[in-house]
Ligand binder design. Structure first.
Ligand SMILES: [Zn+2]
Ligand SMILES: [Zn+2]
Length: 260
């Protein structure tokens, strides 16, 4: 009778013990994947290109997830991204590897993003249709608060050392591994299905970037909700979008493109 609570306490200590440290990379990769998929589905396809419409509950869920895992503000992301589409690889493109150099965009991607995101004129011009609501003003005003709250939640669940290590590793993965290929590698070189734009596709990277590495396809058809256009290409975000649409959590607005 009295063994049960003892066993429970022991397993709790075991969970917080550093012998479970091998879980840190697994959890960090899972959190980064969740953040990448939310960025691609909600910020990119939903808000920036209107290829999807969100149910109000889905909208809040994606925003909370992005606030806790990235601290990004949706108006800023949408404005910087639309500016990129307007000036692809020309003067005015916030993060062009052709203008700035591949390695610069690879390592300073977050700097170039933040520099443009802080430009009020860019926000007014490129994201007037994404107004701030009470959630933006009251809860998600500061991105760093979201990151601290997210790290705090990880520390509560995993213990302080593992929680903070997971959050840090996720930050490195999101900023330096997942995001740069989208802004640096895709526009730099790779394979092309369409010759009407200067971006490239990286088939294998699309598996870990929520389909975002199918950059050539996306620039050819920015309003398509699905980034893959050939049978051999895979867009993980599209698989999740199909599930969300079946659950009526999102409505697919744009038309998909198919080559073969
Ligand atoms: Zn692009
Ligand atoms: Zn886009």
């Amino acid at each position: 009778m009295c063994e049960f609570p003892y066993a429970g306490a022991e397993s709790q200590i075991h969970w917080r013990d550093l012998s479970s440290f091998w879980l840190v990379p697994l959890l960090a990769v899972a959190i980064t994947q969740a953040a990448v998929l939310a960025t691609s589905i909600y910020l990119h396809r939903g808000l920036a290109h209107h290829a999807l419409r969100m149910h109000p509950v889905t909208d809040v869920a994606f925003r909370l997830l992005l606030w806790l895992t990235t601290g990004q503000r949706r108006q800023q992301w949408v404005a910087v991204h639309r500016k990129h589409h307007t000036f692809v690889d020309r003067e005015g493109d916030p993060h062009s590897p052709r203008l700035l150099g591949f390695w610069r965009v690879q390592f300073l991607n977050v700097y170039y993003y933040a520099r443009e995101a802080g430009n009020v004129a860019t926000l007014r011009k490129f994201a007037p249709d994404v107004p701030e609501d009470w959630l933006d003003r009251v809860v998600m005003r500061q991105g760093w608060v979201g990151i601290i709250v997210g790290t705090g939640l990880a520390a509560l669940g995993l213990g302080p050392v593992m929680g903070i290590a997971t959050a840090l590793l996720h930050g490195v993965l999101y900023v330096f591994v997942a995001a740069p290929p989208i802004n640096g590698l895709g526009p730099w070189r790779g394979q092309q299905n369409f010759t009407d734009n200067t971006a490239y596709n990286w088939g294998f990277l699309s598996w870990v970037t929520g389909g975002e590495a199918l950059h050539n396809n996306h620039h050819a058809h920015p309003r398509a909700p699905k980034f893959s256009v050939r049978r051999r290409e895979f867009d993980p975000s599209w698989a999740l979008i199909r599930l969300l649409a079946a659950a009526r959590a999102v409505v697919i607005v744009g038309a998909s493109v198919r080559l073969s």
